[in-house]
Ligand binder design. Sequence first.
Ligand code: ARG
Length: 471
Amino acid sequence: MTDTDKTKAASSMWGGRFAGGPAAIMQRINASIDFDRRLYAQDIRGSKAHCRMLVKQQILTGADGALIQDGLDKVLAEIEAGNFPFSHALEDIHMNVESRLAELIGEAAGRLHTARSRNDQVATDFRLWVRDAVDGMDGALRELVAALLDRADEHAATVMPGFTHLQTAQPVTFGHHMMAYVEMISRDRSRLADARTRLNECPLGSAALAGTSFPIDREATAAELGFARPMRNSLDGVSDRDFALEFMSASAICAVHLSRLAEELVIWTSSQFRFVTLSDAFTTGSSIMPQKRNPDAAELIRAKTGRVIGDLNALLIVMKGLPLAYSKDMQDDKEPVFEVADTMELAIAAMTGMVRDMKVNVEVLRAAAGAGYATATDIADWCVRALKMPFRRAHHVAGSLVKLAEGKGCGLEDLTLAEMQAIEPGITEEARAVLTVDSSVAARTSLGGTAPARVRDAVVAARQRLKEDVK
Ligand code: ARG
């Protein structure tokens, strides 16, 4: 078909009352085929289910049904082989497929759209697509969790400084730090699972907005397409995009988690920190400064979070002023969702690679853990335990010890017993034992605490949940 023929074919689908064709600029603003062609598999799957149901309900003859099924298989094969003639004049994936079907099988193709509208068609296709995207993302996050768990297990007892305000706070273990991300990513997976449950209702059969006068079987199409049930209200069926918003908001929160870890990697790999080293596989050099090893992948993950948040924002803004039911604005729902899915796929894979690949500089971490008076809380806790001191007073004692050590330019453990007793006479030699980073972390055995034994238990429990696929 020539382009003019295709324009005619397009208007033959809806152009009964139109005398002229669209302006060139109208065609450009209207056409979604450049991006919604990504829905081809879902579109054909939906059409096949719809067709089968129409035959079963005796709305279509078995002969027409067979022609349509066969024709749709051919269209699918053409698209997959890369020789399908996509056309702008045919606007979108739905009309491109239907028009090609007509070329292949003739008039029967025109019967496929009985009891259906592009409004319920696109809503169905898009839900199917987003459902696949949710499943793909969940699988990728599972890999990331597995990678974090392996590193946590390996470094359950590797001490490092824990920070608040990015100031040294108390020693923690590297494994404990990794396990915090396991928690975050696990919540992301649970949010996706939750979104998937609400998404998994079928809009097909809502037709344009009001339902249809044909005796369709919506339960059948919903079941064939793997949906839990049909959507209950036809107006909602064609105008709801919550599923896209939920997918993007769960993604945006996940992207924020990835971005925080990316930010930590950027800090940790700096020559001032040197907590971890990234391999050649995940860094780049500088064209002018030979010593540099830049954490580009981490920086780009951090940057791409902006896009994901932006895409969520874009669709929220598209939707916020729309009256029921379908408005063409909703055609603009796809690009943000596609970008989010693509971006997340890349970011999660890159993060998984970095986590698996990074070298943890155990000695640097140990040295840093001991600096900055990280065990000051431990001496305060000792005063509470051994001297029955109220914590507020113990806090003062520890503060005075820090001040003294700071003045002398040494660590808390370097103070003599006499110096300590000058501040608090009750302090004994035994108190000095709590000042090491190892005893500090080992003591934090409270539920969810950083003690290596606790971290190991947490790894075992998380691995079990992963194995049982608890979300
Ligand atoms: N390409 C359109 C979209 O993605 C399909 C639905 C068209 N519906 C309509 N009433 N014009 O939203």
